[in-house]
Design a protein around this ligand. Sequence first.
Ligand SMILES: [Zn+2]
Ligand SMILES: [Zn+2]
Length: 353
Amino acid sequence: MMNTFSPSGVRRRDLIRAGAQLAAVVAVSPMAKALARVQGGGAAAAPPPPATGTQLVLLGTQGGPNVNLRRSQASNAVLVDGRPYLVDCGYGAVRSLVAAGIGYAQLGTAFITHLHDDHTVDLAALLSLQWTGNRMQPTDIYGPDGTAAMVDAALAFMKGNTDIRVTDEGRTTRPEQLFHGHDVAAATAPVQVFKDDRMTVTASENTHFPDRAKASMRYRSLAYRLQTATRSIVFTGDTAYSKNLVALATGADLFVCEIIDQPQYEANLLLAQQAKAQGRENSVAQHIVETHSNNADVGRMAAEAGVKTVVLSHLLPGSNRNVVAEYPDSSYIDGVRKTFQGQVIVGRDLMVL
Ligand SMILES: [Zn+2]
Ligand SMILES: [Zn+2]
């Protein structure tokens, strides 16, 4: 299908689809000077993002493990004076990095919220492509317990490619020398997990994994707050309502929050009740209603934290339909606004805020 671009490079058809809500955001927001850009798959790479300031780029806004032709799996980039940082790396992250004009060669730091594959599955591709593309600087991946082992497994996945190219192309640096995973603490109060000359990152455990599951596994789920000289951006990760998250997000400029649409939430609530009545405590439906956030949860957390702007991403699961229309933006926004009076933006892949 042909894409139609306006002179400014914004695809008109998708802008129309994004609707008046996005237009209003661009018109009235303090972020109006930032480029709000909505593109679909197949578009040419965007020009590089601005070299100064802090920008959030939504790389993938789909919730859950489906492969969706309109949205990539969970992934975000934050650019600080042109330097990219990654938060989550679901399927499609690498393509979106290229489409956003960021690329993957210069990416040296990534944060993983939890080890569900819709947040990690492009990591092996990212590291392999970086090494094959001759990246010679380290890439560090931070995440909850199990992240370092996952990076080691990605290196194992790459071993054949590494051995072949070392032997055949005379390469002298192996990926093991460059790519490192770091397990960070899952705590109830914010803990600093990263700091460099442009950013400080703190993390708290959220409520994506129920206590009965945590009793039988070491895996945990995190939310991150990225603080730069000019902005604070909180990534909720996947979570239900979380007091830890409210504390982490207090006063944040951007609250990038997952959301499950209300009809799907209610349908899964019914299925979970039926499963429980049949003696099944654990089910996919129970997981969805117990460990994700509906409109009311998002609005409540945003209001209690006093954030300035809510950015809805990881849209679950109504947005995953490739054929029927998406759940309308207005319904998400109206639901959140019942308790939160600030700005609410429904995310789209490659939106820049
Ligand atoms: Zn997820
Ligand atoms: Zn998850």
